[in-house]
Design a protein around this ligand. Structure first.
Ligand SMILES: NC(=O)c1ccc[n+]([C@@H]2O[C@H](COP(=O)([O-])OP(=O)(O)OC[C@H]3O[C@@H](n4cnc5c(N)ncnc54)[C@H](O)[C@@H]3O)[C@@H](O)[C@H]2O)c1
Length: 441
C-alpha cells in the first residue's frame, strides 16, 4: 500500500481513538445560544472543552462559572469550570492544543437579504493559522448549501493539509430551541455530513460521545440543506396560517378556534399559529440563505418570498388592530398610552433578535402612541428609536390599550384581564376568556 494512505489511516485512527477515550481536546468557537450549551454537553461527557469567543465579557463569565444563557443554569456550568473541564479564551492560539473544533458563530443577513459570511470567514482565518494535522472541524452555523465545501474547505486547506486525510471537515446543523424544556442539545438528533466518508464517520463518532442520537448523511450539502428545509417548512407554514388569520379576520371567523378544531385530525395536519410576526435568529433569516443560493442557479424561491411578505405584514396588521380598537373606544392612537406585554421574540426567553415587538412598538410610536412595556426577561430595550426600561405588569392598568405580543408564562393573565381597559391579544394568551375588552388577532 502506498505511504500516503498509511498516513491517512493513522491520522484518522489516532483521532478516533482520542474521541472514543474522550481524551480529545474539544474546542467550541462562538459561545452563544448554540455554542455554550454544546460546550457544556461535551464537558459533561468527560471531554476537556475550550470555548473561544471574541467577547471578553463572555469568556470572563464562563471562566467564573456565571452563565448568560437561559437554558444553562450557572449551577451546571460552574462545577464543570471548577473541575477544569471547561474554560474559555479569546485567544485562537488555543487551537494548537485542540483535536476538534465546532464553529458556532452568527450568520446574519445583510440589509439586502444576502448572507453575511463575515463571522465564519474571520473565525476560519484565525483557525487556519493554528490548524494542525489530526483535527476535526465542524461548521454548525446555519448557512447556504455549499458553504462548507466552497468556502471553508479552500480556506482550511490553504496550508497544504488534505481533507479526509490530514484533517476532517463536516457540517452539522444546529437545531437547538432555546427555552424548550423537553428538547435540548443532548436529546435533539444531530445530523452530520462530511466532505469525505472518513470525515462523516469521525463527525458521527464525535457527536455520539455526548449526544443521544446522530444521523449521518452523505455530504455537507445535504446536511446544510436539511436545516434550510426544516426552517423553510416552519416559515412557510407560519406564513400560511398568518394569511389564514388575515382572511378569518376579514370574514369574522375566530382563526384560533379553527386551528384547534383542525388539529383534532389525527393525521395529515400539523398546527401552526398566527402571531405578530416572525422573530429570532433562524426562521425569518435562514430561508433567505436558500433563496439567495437558488437565485444563482436560476430558480426563484417563490414560496419563501411570499411567506416572507405575509409574515412581514403582521406587525402592521397588529398595529391596525390596536388603532381600530382604540378608535372603537373613542380614543385616537395619537396620545394614547399603549402597554406592550412581552417583547422577546418568543415566550419565556430573553432573545430580542428580529423580535416583531420592535416593529409593533416603533409603528405605534410613529402613529403617536405613548408606548411602554413589561417583560420579565428583558429589563431594558436599547435599540435605535426605542430606549425604554421595562415596567412592572401593574403599569398595564394605566394604559388605554394593552397589546400581548409575547405570551410569557410569568405574566398574571387573570389580573391583566381584571385591570386592563382594552386588550389586543396577538397570541391567544387569553384563550377561553370571554370579555368585550379583548380583541383577538
Ligand atoms: N439561537 C438559536 O436558537 C439557533 C438555533 C439553531 C441554529 N442557530 C445558528 O447557530 C449560529 C450561532 O447562533 P447563536 O444564536 O449561538 O449566536 P450568538 O450570537 O448567541 O453567539 C455567537 C457567538 O459567536 C461569537 N463570535 C462572533 N464572531 C466570532 C469569531 N469570529 N470568533 C469567535 N467568536 C465569535 C459572538 O461573540 C457570540 O458569543 C447561527 O448561525 C445561527 O443561525 C441558532
Amino acid at each position: 500500500m502506498p505511504e500516503p494512505q498509511l498516513t491517512a489511516q493513522t491520522t484518522a485512527q489516532i483521532l478516533e481513538e482520542k474521541i472514543r477515550c474522550r481524551t480529545a481536546r474539544v474546542g467550541i468557537v462562538g459561545l452563544g445560544y448554540v455554542g455554550l450549551p454544546l460546550a457544556v454537553e461535551f464537558a459533561r461527557a468527560g471531554f476537556h472543552v475550550t470555548g473561544i469567543d471574541l467577547s471578553e465579557a463572555k469568556t470572563r463569565r464562563v471562566n467564573a462559572g456565571d452563565s448568560y444563557i437561559g437554558d444553562i443554569p450557572s449551577a451546571i456550568l460552574a462545577p464543570l469550570v471548577q473541575a477544569g473541564k471547561l474554560s474559555a479564551t479569546t485567544d485562537f492560539s488555543a487551537v494548537l492544543d485542540l483535536d476538534t473544533i465546532n464553529i458556532c458563530v452568527p450568520t446574519p443577513l445583510r440589509k439586502t437579504k444576502d448572507p453575511d459570511m463575515s463571522y465564519i470567514v474571520s473565525a476560519c482565518e484565525e483557525i487556519v493559522k493554528y490548524l494542525h494535522p489530526g483535527t476535526l472541524v465542524i461548521l454548525e452555523s446555519t448557512t447556504y448549501p455549499g458553504t462548507t465545501d466552497e468556502l471553508l474547505l479552500p480556506m482550511l486547506s490553504k496550508g497544504g493539509l488534505e481533507v479526509g486525510k490530514d484533517f476532517f471537515l463536516c457540517f452539522s446543523p444546529e437545531r437547538v430551541d432555546p427555552g424548550n424544556p423537553k428538547f435540548q442539545t443532548a436529546n435533539i438528533p444531530k445530523v452530520v455530513g462530511g466532505c469525505t466518508a472518513a470525515c462523516t464517520e469521525i463527525g458521527r463518532l464525535f457527536y455520539a460521545q455526548a449526544l443521544q442520537h446522530v444521523v449521518p448523511v452523505s455530504s455537507t450539502q445535504v446536511a446544510e440543506m436539511v436545516k434550510l428545509l426544516e426552517n423553510t417548512f416552519r416559515m412557510i407554514n407560519i406564513g400560511l396560517v398568518n394569511e389564514m388569520a388575515l382572511m378569518c379576520d376579514r370574514i369574522r371567523i375566530n382563526v384560533w378556534e379553527v386551528i384547534d378544531a383542525a388539529a383534532t385530525k389525527p393525521f395529515g395536519f400539523m398546527p401552526f399559529y398566527p402571531g405578530p410576526g416572525l422573530g429570532g435568529h433562524c426562521i425569518p433569516i435562514d430561508p433567505f440563505y436558500l433563496s439567495w443560493k437558488t437565485k444563482q442557479a436560476g430558480i426563484e424561491a417563490r414560496f419563501i418570498e411570499l411567506a416572507g411578505y405575509i409574515n412581514g405584514q403582521m406587525p402592521h396588521f397588529v398595529v391596525d388592530k390596536v388603532q381600530n380598537a382604540l378608535n372603537d373606544a373613542g380614543k385616537p392612537v395619537k396620545g394614547s398610552r399603549i402597554h406592550v406585554m412581552g417583547v422577546a421574540y418568543k415566550r419565556d426567553i430573553d432573545d430580542m433578535r428580529e423580535s416583531p415587538a420592535l416593529d409593533v412598538m416603533m409603528l405605534l410610536q410613529r402613529r403617536g402612541g405613548l408606548v411602554t412595556y413589561s417583560d420579565p426577561h428583558v429589563p431594558r430595550l436599547h435599540v435605535e428609536g426605542l430606549e425604554i426600561d421595562a415596567s412592572p405588569q401593574e403599569a398595564a392598568a394605566e394604559a388605554d390599550c394593552v397589546v400581548i405580543v409575547t405570551d410569557h408564562a410569568a405574566f398574571d393573565y387573570p389580573a391583566l384581564v381584571r385591570q386592563a381597559a382594552l386588550i389586543v391579544d396577538t397570541r391567544n394568551a387569553l384563550k377561553g376568556v370571554s370579555s368585550p375588552k379583548i380583541v383577538r388577532l
